[in-house]
Design a protein around this ligand. Structure first.
Ligand code: BES
Ligand code: MN
Ligand code: ZN
Length: 458
């Protein structure tokens, strides 16, 4: 569902006055007595997303106060979508250009509804583009985030490896990229044995989707996303509660595709490669087994401690392939471990990197974007927990602790020396917050996009 951001037209607009708690007192000092009395009577305190409708003496709508809480952020502007009567509004507060963009972004994301299977009312609140807003930045990020949300929200019945690959092809075609797909038994011939092993038991064949875009002379940026369209756990089957949300196990792929779409839309001067291993971790007579020893693209043998640690297996082949080109930077997104959620909860993506300078810049991009990410260490001594008696490495390891770290160390083995960042994300909102409805979420996308445009932008 698209937000109604409109150009200023002749049609009358109602002013929106956005105020942090601290700015509320200043506003009161300059406002009409009757308005101040009304605001106090309605106990408006400037809480984030709080609205106060100021009437005219005839009972019309004079203006709207919008609380911003302690500091400026996009989310209160999402509350305008549902909180205001039908009509056209314009923010009358003086905003810095970044704030104007963030306000429009919040408003835009506030209109998102997953309406593929259930009709939703079209948005009735129109907002005039705040002056100074970077419209293409706003539309680019809203489109990228909504694409990722739609993909995650679509149930596995309608979003298997076939449809996930088709989504990459669709976005690639629209942006003038080339997309190739290696599918089914071809994966064995072309040496992607882990992608094949994990995905071969499903009705839809596993595949590796490979998108390339941009001038070959530009710095190489490779983005990889875990595309497990449904994770039953395989033969080490998940209990019902753990399996319930596993349509979202392609969330990493959805975020990677959304980010790639934004990079291409912005025409960042990079040579982009997007690698998506797309599989379903299903159960059937030909499913891979616990204690199977898989081969990988790199040649490393992997003993399967648990078929539910499938994400790192498919990523091992994709990351190794990505590394062979020696990109300037490789970034992966994956709903990789429950342990990352135990460590930081569902709303703070865990970041790992083998380069401190890149990690630090990503953390500052995260605070600029007002989108949380947090770094955990690639603590090398834990590498011993991945030792296997029968193969070069185990996909689960022997420790019950530090699961997000051991998973990241497993991936690192296939990345070799390439500068690399790994995001272990939830990709799902468990409840409703303004602009972030329950369901699929493109976690870390805005922060990483901000970092990339700063680093590679012309
Ligand atoms: N997709 C899951 C991880 C997951 C679970 C992410 C819940 C977000 C929420 C992944 O494939 C998985 O099952 N990981 C196992 C690994 C274990 C078997 C070593 C896990 O985290 O329990
Ligand atoms: Mn799993
Ligand atoms: Zn999984």
């Amino acid at each position: 569902m698209r937000a109604k951001l409109v150009a200023r037209a002749t049609k009358a607009t109602t002013p929106i006055i956005s105020l942090t708690k601290a700015q509320l007192d200043d506003w009161k000092a300059g406002a009409e007595g009757a308005h101040v009395a009304w605001v106090e009577r309605s106990r408006f305190s400037g809480r984030s997303g709080e609205l106060c409708l100021l009437p005219t003496s005839e009972g019309g709508l004079h203006a709207v106060l919008l609380g911003l809480g302690e500091a400026f952020e996009p989310w209160p502007f999402a509350s305008l979508q549902k909180g205001l009567p039908k009509g056209r509004y314009a923010i009358s507060t003086e905003l810095r250009p970044e704030e104007a963009s963030e306000a429009a972004l919040g408003f835009g994301l506030g209109a998102y509804v997953f309406d593929r299977y259930k009709k939703a009312k079209p948005p009735e609140v129109e907002l005039v583009w705040p002056s100074g807003a970077d419209r293409s930045w706003v539309e680019r990020l809203v489109d990228a985030i909504c694409l990722a949300r739609d993909l995650v929200n679509t149930p596995a019945q309608d979003l298997g490896p076939i449809e996930l690959a088709a989504a990459v092809q669709r976005e690639g075609k629209a942006a003038g990229a080339t997309v190739s797909v290696i599918e089914g038994a071809q994966l064995l011939r072309k040496n992607y044995p882990s992608v094949h092993a994990v995905g071969r038991a499903a009705a839809q064949a596993p595949r590796l989707v490979d998108l390339r875009w941009g001038k070959p002379a530009h710095p190489k940026l490779t983005i990889v996303g875990k595309g497990v369209c449904f994770d039953s756990g395989g033969l080490d089957i998940k209990p019902a509660g753990g399996m319930l949300m596993m349509k979202k196990d392609m969330g990493g792929a959805a975020i990677a595709l959304g980010l790639a779409k934004a990079v291409m839309d912005a025409k960042l001067p990079v040579r982009l490669r997007l690698l998506i291993p797309a599989v379903e971790n299903a159960i059937s007579g030909n499913a891979f087994h616990p204690m199977d020893i898989l081969s990988t693209r790199k040649g490393t043998t992997v003993e399967v401690g648990n078929t539910d640690a499938e994400g790192r297996l498919i990523l091992s082949d994709a990351l190794f392939e990505g590394a062979t080109e020696k990109p300037e930077l490789m970034i992966d997104f994956a709903t990789l471990t429950g342990a990352a959620r135990v460590a930081l909860g569902t709303e703070v993506p865990v970041m790992f990197s083998n380069r401190d300078d890149v990690a630090e810049e990503l953390l500052s991009a995260s605070s600029r974007a007002k989108e949380p990410i947090w770094r955990l260490p690639l603590h090398q001594p834990y590498r011993r927990f991945l030792d296997s008696p029968n193969a070069d490495i185990s996909n689960t390891g022997s420790s019950r602790f530090g699961g997000a770290i051991t998973a990241a160390l497993f991936l690192e083995h296939f990345v070799e020396e390439v500068p690399w960042v790994h995001f272990d994300v939830m990709a799902y909102n468990l409840d409703n917050q303004p602009g972030r409805p329950s369901g699929g979420e493109a976690m870390a996308l805005r922060a990483v996009y901000g970092y990339l445009s700063q680093r590679f932008g012309a």
